[in-house]
Design a protein around this ligand. Structure first.
Ligand SMILES: Cc1cc2nc3c(=O)[nH]c(=O)nc-3n(C[C@H](O)[C@H](O)[C@H](O)COP(=O)(O)OP(=O)(O)OC[C@H]3O[C@@H](n4cnc5c(N)ncnc54)[C@H](O)[C@@H]3O)c2cc1C
Length: 425
């Protein structure tokens, strides 16, 4: 049996190696001159391989279609990924904050090397600098892959072409085109885990904040909320809580990343204090220093760079003295500290996004095997499927788990067809 895997990224490499190890003849088509170009840039060059968590926790971090991954996740869990890399593939791993698992070397290149070695030892052949252009189907069955250089007959075709983000890595959404050409439904791909473009914080770029809360309000309703770190950029806001909110709100953005008009990002600079407690804190500051100006007092509650923005949001003058500030004005200050509003324009584009939301509709695939329901012998694995998760190693875990599910299914169908042939001799 011959399997052709399109794409030597995370999912494609693992799927190919696992197939070849089970005795399948495997050819991988990779458009780049090397494997794992995107893997190389993961985790800021350190590659957050997976997350040291149980399966329910992993599933809870999947934003789109967690139920689809249920079977694959139990078939190849985060612990299985850790065992594979640190055991069989000989890559020493370490676990950091939030269960994030990295190579001890802090080098994503070591993850790539481990997978390349696994492919080599298992007997996978990789065709570099060759771009797949179509999957051929005959009689409802995938039979070949056409590239810009050749055609490869196949008993099974695995599409592992990734999403649309960081297109310079080779992931430009070709798999979506193959799926559409074959009549499969593709949910519109949108870049996600990405920074927001906002208005109202111009001049704050470089300022980072810890222990703040961010809410995204669209059409008057809160659609996402996250607590933690964020930073201001020259076009808007970024950082862990912004990425999380971007993931939770991707379905509200249009294809160009724009949010509906009047969408807002609301920052709570004092999430640990309710408004009454914060007001009482401001009263204490006013009482302790009645001659102090509002800008001096606000600077005790906020990073200095934010003070003019918060005072403006509260319609207050920085030079006004505390003892000249009435209760209503004081309450406006407390409100501004907990509800700092930015106009939410949209999200940055695919060039800067970590993952794609959207992709091959999960209804087209069997969740146990990643096999296309309508076309025999055709499988989709990794980011090309409409599954995306939060940061923390969960997206690579999806790549590993879906790749393993497909490899097991293809290898078992190969051994069945082998038995049939033997019986019929
Ligand atoms: C900056 C950044 C940091 C990230 N960090 C992390 C992290 O630390 N942890 C984590 O879990 N996730 C992380 N991710 C997400 C993670 O990289 C993806 O989830 C993962 O790479 C998806 O694997 P894949 O194999 O499906 O696709 P990819 O890794 O994108 O691989 C697809 C491969 O297919 C090839 N290809 C595409 N089209 C064709 C074609 N027509 N013919 C031949 N070859 C083709 C491409 O060249 C590429 O090699 C990060 C993403 C980015 C952009």
């Amino acid at each position: 049996m011959r399997a052709v895997v399109i794409g030597a990224g995370a999912a494609g490499m693992l799927c190919a190696a696992e197939l070849a190890e089970r005795g399948v003849d495997v050819v991988v088509i990779e458009r780049n001159s090397k494997c794992g170009k995107k893997l190389f840039i993961t985790g800021k060059g350190r590659c957050n391989v997976t997350n040291d968590c149980d399966v329910p926790t992993y599933l809870s971090k999947i934003v789109t279609n967690p139920k689809f991954m249920y079977s694959a996740a139990y078939g190849f869990s985060p612990s299985d990924a850790i065992a594979l890399f640190s055991g069989k593939l000989g890559l020493a791993l370490k676990t950091e904050r939030g269960g994030r698992v990295f190579p001890v070397s802090d080098k994503s290149s070591d993850v790539i090397k481990a997978l390349e070695k696994y492919m080599r030892v298992s007997g996978v052949r990789v065709k570099y600098d060759e771009r797949a252009t179509a999957v051929c189907v005959e009689g409802g069955r995938a039979v070949a892959v056409v590239t810009d250089k050749a055609q490869y007959a196949a008993d099974a075709v695995v599409v592992a072409t990734g999403g649309i983000t960081y297109p310079s890595t080779g992931s430009t959404g070709d798999g979506y085109r193959f799926a559409r050409d074959l009549g499969l439904k593709v949910v519109t791909p949108r870049p996600t885990l990405v920074a927001f473009v906002t208005r109202g914080a111009e001049g704050l770029q470089g300022l980072s904040l810890k222990n703040v809360a961010l809410s995204v309000v669209i059409d008057g309703a809160e659609r996402a909320h996250a607590f933690g770190e964020m930073l201001f950029t020259h076009t808007g806001i970024s950082g862990p809580i912004v990425l999380e909110c971007s993931s939770l709100t991707s379905k509200y953005r249009d294809e160009n990343g724009a949010f509906p008009k009047r969408s807002k990002a609301i920052v709570d600079f004092k999430p640990a204090l309710d408004i009454a407690t914060l007001d009482a804190r401001i009263v204490r500051e006013f009482t302790a220093a009645p001659h102090a100006t509002l800008k001096t007092i606000a600077a005790k509650l906020l990073p200095r760079a934010l003070v003019p923005y918060a005072l403006k949001a509260a319609s207050l003058q920085g030079d006004t003295r505390a003892d000249a500030t009435d209760r209503e004005a004081r309450r406006r200050l407390a409100h501004a500290l907990k509800n700092f509003e930015l106009e939410l324009v949209g999200a940055e584009g695919a060039e800067q996004a970590i993952i794609t939301s959207g992709g091959v509709d999960v209804k087209e695939l069997d969740p146990k095997t990643m096999r296309c329901r309508k076309i025999d012998g055709l499988y989709f694995v990794g980011e090309v499927i409409d599954v995306d998760a939060l940061t923390g190693g969960f997206n690579l875990q999806t790549a590993w788990a879906s790749a393993e599910a497909a490899a097991r299914a293809i290898a078992s169908s190969a051994s069945k067809s082998c038995h049939i042939k033997v019986d019929s001799v």
